[in-house]
Design a binder for this molecule. Structure first.
Ligand code: ADP
Ligand code: MG
Length: 342
């Protein structure tokens, strides 16, 4: 056997491997592309999907757009305008930072990007399918300010992965879930979602309560109590549902930290604990809880999907959250007034 068995993988192969983490299904592309739009300062974001997103995912924004050179480079691995040095990782102000989403998506689908900055007279079109940025076709086009990304035929070049995708209705449900999370984070922005020519959401900019009602429906939106924690270290705001609206299973549980959706079984117990004996065993209330902490006190660089987050002092957060829930229920006379601390 000859000695040199080790080779560096070509970019498109490395990107396909990375794509396994970033792009699991159409919904993960919807999330990444919507977050890019928000990062680009968009005021309005529209999402169009077909066939559960397997046939088509399109995200259109009116954000800052890209210059012609950036429109090509953005498909390269680790290409990002959002961080420059590792220290920036601890002061994240944007959703993106890995510079992996577009490279990953382009390696496993057919992508067309149209983008224009306000200061440019013409925009740029880049078409790239399953390759590296070197394979991209680029031309000048006229297009509105902002960015439009069209992704067709996800996993066309990795049939094994395509087979793992679920039925259209299941994939559409996942797309809706990701769309809702982003929309709930940014009540001040307009969002639309069209699936197979049906408009599922058409959300006007407004306040948080109005947005929750528009996203979850009046049944949830009408039965919310506000919660609040305001300390120098952490601020918590948002809404919790009346005990009567709690369910054994359901998907109306949302935690956000610094504008980022996350899950936490641990903190959910804090919320449930705040209801004390008001909930039947095994029931979970709906909640929409927004936590703001110094970015230096959280670590989002844990999981590629970034729904797991490490907090510096989770126990203190647990306490604050639980008593905030209890205070809110007490304040609104949902429970006979107990003696809550502060
Ligand atoms: P990240 O978001 O982690 O930086 P992405 O692969 O998602 O990585 O995007 C790469 C870069 O492409 C971004 O840093 C940004 O500069 C640019 N970009 C992506 N989407 C948009 C958009 N909708 N509008 C403007 N610029 C964008
Ligand atoms: Mg991104």
């Amino acid at each position: 056997m000859s000695g040199n068995l080790i080779q560096i993988l070509p970019d498109n192969v490395a990107n396909q491997i990375a794509a396994g983490e970033v792009v699991q299904r159409p919904a993960s592309m919807v999330k990444e592309l919507m977050e890019n739009a928000v990062d680009a300062g968009a005021r309005a974001v529209s999402v169009v999907v077909r066939g559960g997103g397997k046939t088509l995912v399109q995200v259109i924004d009116d954000g800052c757009g890209m210059a012609a050179a950036d429109a090509v480079v953005c498909f390269a691995r680790h290409a990002t305008s959002k961080i420059r040095r590792s220290g920036d990782l601890f002061a994240l102000q944007t959703f993106g930072f890995r510079g992996e989403a577009l490279a990953s998506i382009a390696s496993v689908a057919e992508v067309e990007l149209r983008t224009r900055r306000a200061e440019d007279e013409v925009g740029t079109l880049v078409a790239i399918a399953g390759g590296t940025d070197a394979d991209a076709r680029t031309e000048s086009v006229s297009c509105p300010q902002g960015t439009q990304i069209t992704v067709r035929n996800l996993f066309f070049n990795t049939p094994a992965r395509r087979k793992f995708l679920k039925a259209d209705t299941t994939e559409t449900k996942q797309v809706i879930a990701e769309f809702q999370r982003v929309a709930l984070c940014h009540p001040d922005l307009a969002f639309t979602l069209v699936a197979d020519d049906k408009t599922l959401f058409n959300l006007a900019p407004g306040g948080l309560r109005q947005r929750i009602a528009a996203v979850m429906g009046r049944k949830t939106g009408d039965k919310l109590l506000d919660i609040e924690v305001d300390t120098p270290i952490v601020k918590i705001g948002g809404y919790i549902g009346l005990p009567a609206t709690a369910r054994k299973s359901g998907s109306e549980q949302f935690f956000f930290v610094n504008g980022r959706y996350f899950r936490s079984a641990y903190l959910q117990k804090a919320v449930v604990g705040g209801y004390n004996k008001l909930l039947p065993f095994g029931y979970t209330p709906s909640y929409f809880i927004y936590i703001d902490v110094d970015p230096a006190r959280i670590d989002v660089n844990i999981h590629p999907q970034k729904t797991e987050i490490k907090f510096e002092d989770e126990q203190a957060l647990w306490q604050m959250l639980s008593s905030a829930v209890a205070r809110s229920l007490g304040k609104h006379n949902v429970v006979p007034m107990l003696d809550f601390e502060n």
